[in-house]
Structure formats: C-alpha cells, structure tokens
Design a binder for this molecule. Structure first.
Ligand code: NAP
Length: 321
C-alpha cells in the first residue's frame, strides 16, 4: 500500500483551500503567483507522491514522460479532464482524482445566470447605469426575451446538466436534451431525449452546452447546428469553449440568425476571439462557473479525502483512472 503523504500544490488556491492541503499533508506549494511552466511543474514534482493541478496545467504525453517515478497520483482541481492525457497516466500506473458533483450546483447557478444575462441584455443595461448614459425608462428600452416557459435544450445531461434542468423547471421551461445515451426515466424526470444534436437544436429556444470537451465534442456546435436553432435562440456554454466553432457562432450573432449568447468558457482562454469582447449580444463571464468559496473549499476537500482513501488502500469516489 502506498502512502500519499508528500504533496505538491502546483496551482494557486484561495488561502482556505491551500490550508486544507497544508494542514492534512504538510503540502508544499507554488508561491510564484502564476501558472507554472511544464518544466517547473516537473521540477517541483521531484520526490512527491501526489501533485495537485488545475485546468490551466496541461499534463500531456511529454509531461507524463518526464514525471518522476515518485509521483503516484495527479489530483485535478476540476471535473473536466480534457487538459490531461489520461491514457498516458494510466499506462504509467498514476492515479487521477478529480472533483465531481461538488461543483454541480454552483455551475448550474452560473448556467442560469448566463441564460438570464443574455436574454435580458444585462451587458447593455449595466453599461447604461455604469456609464451614466441612461436617459430614463421607456417601454422600448432593452426589450429582451423571456426565459420563463421556453424550451431549454441541454447538450450533456450529466451531473451539471441535470442540476441546470432542476433549476429550469422552476422557470417552467420544457427540458430537452441530447447525450450519446438516453437516461433512465427516473433520472430523465420528464425531459425529452433527442438522439442527435441536430434534433435537439430544432427544439431549443435556449441551447445550453454542458458536455465535456473531448475528441467527440470539439467543434460540434457549428454552423450546421446553429442554423437549426430558431431565430430568437440563445446559446449558452458552461462547459468548455472548444465545443463551439467560434467563427460560426459569431457569424450567427452578428447577422441576427440567433439572438444572443451567454458564455462562461471560451476557446484559447484567456486569449478569446476578440469579437466576443465587443458584441452587445454576448454576455461573457471569465470561466467562473464553480467560483464560489463554498464550492472551492468542497473541491479541495474531495481531493484531500480522495488522497487519504488512496493511502488507506481504498478506491476514492472521485478516482477517474
Ligand atoms: P458528466 O456528469 O460526465 O456529464 C457529461 C454529460 O455529457 C453526460 O451526460 C454525457 O452523456 C454527455 N456527453 C459526453 N460526450 C458526449 C457527446 N459526444 N455527445 C453528447 N453528449 C455527450 O460531467 P459534468 O460533471 O456534468 O461536467 C460537464 C463538463 O462541465 C466538464 O467536463 C467540464 O468541462 C465542464 N465544467 C465547467 C465548469 C466551469 O467553470 N464553467 C465547471 C465545472 C465543469 P453520454 O456519455 O451518454 O454521452
């Protein structure tokens, strides 16, 4: 049985989260105030049993090949694992832990924020207040779209997708979804399954993207899918930016083929497509889906508990491989 007691925290945590790793493992940590280079990550991993990373730390084949043999676990402070070469780590016998479930509710809150913010033209409204350019109430000003009672299409009805559906039912929305496999009826709770993204798009006043980024999802929200959305449609993305073909979405937003977008995530973060910065019908947020203190602490807790389980010879509930 391996003891996972030498821990290096490579990412930059809020103090409350860092404290968990320092108290429970005497962890050493990245105090540079920036994301480490791969070379720095590998250097700091020397002699460690486990390293704690996040979505901005890329663990590709090259990095895996350079990891010291002491490293037996990679803990990612994220539920997405698209920044990690899982296969290469599996081959090396290195365990991977992530943070499932504990961020569902904060991410689902953020998804509703995206829907409401885009539908109710929050960017334009907030600018009138902040810039002092509001000339007074009028029945014509900033006419938006109802969220209440509309059809919500969820691409990726997993843990976060289902938490979004729960909230949307409170808005009397009709829930539609697409996964590769249909959910059991008790989990579906009345949501309507579509066996293709094309079919989902034709039934979506709001299309909310909540599936992982993977080989099978990169770029799938493209011109073909967007052209099937109704003209008043709003596209929201709470999962990963590279699921969307930026040029196609931007073209549809600029031409009025769809109404608006609410985006928490972008391809190439933080160097996002510049058009997203200026379009009035884009409600953009800087990847804050899980960014609440309660969730941040819960994400730290689940990684610490997972490492302790590994040390006890048990399989952690958050072990990916
Ligand atoms: P999850 O429970 O694994 O759910 C993912 C869902 O996507 C599943 O229902 C899955 O169903 C579906 N899916 C996977 N591949 C698909 C494909 N090719 N086509 C259609 N559906 C597909 O994941 P989760 O915990 O809800 O997290 C989802 C993603 O959210 C994460 O991977 C992460 O990238 C992102 N995220 C973002 C933030 C943020 O801050 N914005 C925070 C946390 C997570 P099938 O397997 O049946 O297809």
């Amino acid at each position: 049985m391996h003891n996972y007691s030498r821990v290096y925290v490579a990412c930059r945590f809020p103090p409350e989260v860092l404290e968990l790793f320092v108290q429970r493992f005497g962890a050493s940590y990245n105090d540079t105030g920036r994301v480490l280079t791969s070379a720095e990550l590998v250097a700091n991993a020397q002699g460690m049993d486990a390293i704690i990373i996040t979505a901005t730390d890329r663990i590709d084949k090259n990095v895996v090949a350079q990891l010291p043999s002491s490293v037996k676990a990679i803990c990612t402070y994220s539920v997405g694992t698209d920044h990690i070469d899982l296969e290469a780590l599996r081959e090396q016998g290195i365990a991977v832990l992530s943070t499932p479930d504990v961020l569902n509710e904060s991410c689902a809150d953020a998804a509703l924020l995206l829907m409401l913010g885009a539908a109710r033209r929050v960017i334009e409204g907030a600018a009138l207040i902040r810039e002092g350019t509001w000339t007074g109430w009028s029945p014509q000003q900033l006419i938006g779209h109802d969220v209440w009672g509309k059809r919500l299409g969820i691409l990726g009805m997993g843990r976060i997708g289902r938490a979004i559906a729960t909230r949307a039912r409170g808005f009397n929305m009709q829930i539609h979804y697409h996964n590769r496999s249909r959910l059991a009826a008790d989990i579906e709770t009345g949501a309507r399954y579509h066996d293709s993204l094309e079919a989902l798009a034709t039934h979506s006043d709001f299309l909310c993207i909540a599936c992982p980024a993977s080989q099978s999802t990169r770029g799938i929200v493209n011109a073909n899918i967007i052209s099937r959305l109704p003209a008043h449609a709003i596209v929201c993305n709470i999962s990963r930016g590279d699921i969307v073909q930026d040029e196609d979405l931007i073209q549809a937003l600029q031409s009025g083929a769809i109404a608006a977008a609410g985006l928490d995530v972008f391809a190439g973060e933080p160097d996002i497509h510049p058009a997203y910065r200026t379009m009035p019908n884009v409600f953009g947020l800087p990847h804050i889906g899980s960014s609440t203190l309660d969730t941040r602490i819960a994400m730290g807790e689940i990684l610490c508990t997972g490492l302790e389980a590994l040390s006890a010879g048990a399989k952690p509930i958050n072990q990916v491989c």
